[in-house]
Design a protein around this ligand. Sequence first.
Ligand SMILES: C[S@@+](CC[C@H](N)C(=O)[O-])C[C@H]1O[C@@H](n2cnc3c(N)ncnc32)[C@H](O)[C@@H]1O
Length: 203
Amino acid sequence: MGWYQYVMAAAYDPFMRRLEKDLKHYRKKLLGMTRGRVLEVGAGTGVNFDFYPGEVEVMAIEPSRAMFRKAKKRLTHPNIRLYNMGLEDEHVNALRPPEGFDFVVSMLVLCSVREYPEAIARYYKLLADKGKLLVLEHIHATGTAYGKFQQWVNPVWRPLADGCNLTRRQDLDLKKYFRPVEEGYFRLGTDWYWAVMEKRPGL
Ligand SMILES: C[S@@+](CC[C@H](N)C(=O)[O-])C[C@H]1O[C@@H](n2cnc3c(N)ncnc32)[C@H](O)[C@@H]1O
């Protein structure tokens, strides 16, 4: 638990403020669909908490102690439980309902998960067969001048931005395991991808 984690946690909301004005629309739309038991991966400072409908049961996991502490202060929803652990932590298995989660929420997380693309296979295991994966992620602006810039700047950006990678194509990697029921791309600084996805059977 270094000072760096605390700086990151303190800077996160002010840094994101302008983007959030637009991202809010997608958070609201996607999280408004949740029902039953939900796993939120990488809750950060808890920015999603206010968007869950009252009746859902949310298990939110967050490995950074500093982010976890910030998120805890935002916990006003009685049905959200917050755990200081990462996706690869074996204790996540104990949170999984026997039939799997009805929803797994992945928002701005797959850029910084260290064990990637293994994290996607983990989503697959944690989700119920008829469950839905809700995705909002920034992706590499492949094939553009900006995308080239992202490749160039990524080695410097990543250590400064808490492991955030600018060069991943989470959309393409997710589609190896999940089929989009609804999806969309938009530009906000970089390229972004949002989706409601279901499991490809038999994997
Ligand atoms: C950019 S923040 C996004 C926070 C929040 N999901 C949001 O939408 O604003 C990424 C978060 O993912 C968390 N994270 C990184 N690796 C993780 C892992 N392996 N398992 C769970 N969360 C992880 C980080 O600690 C950080 O809080």
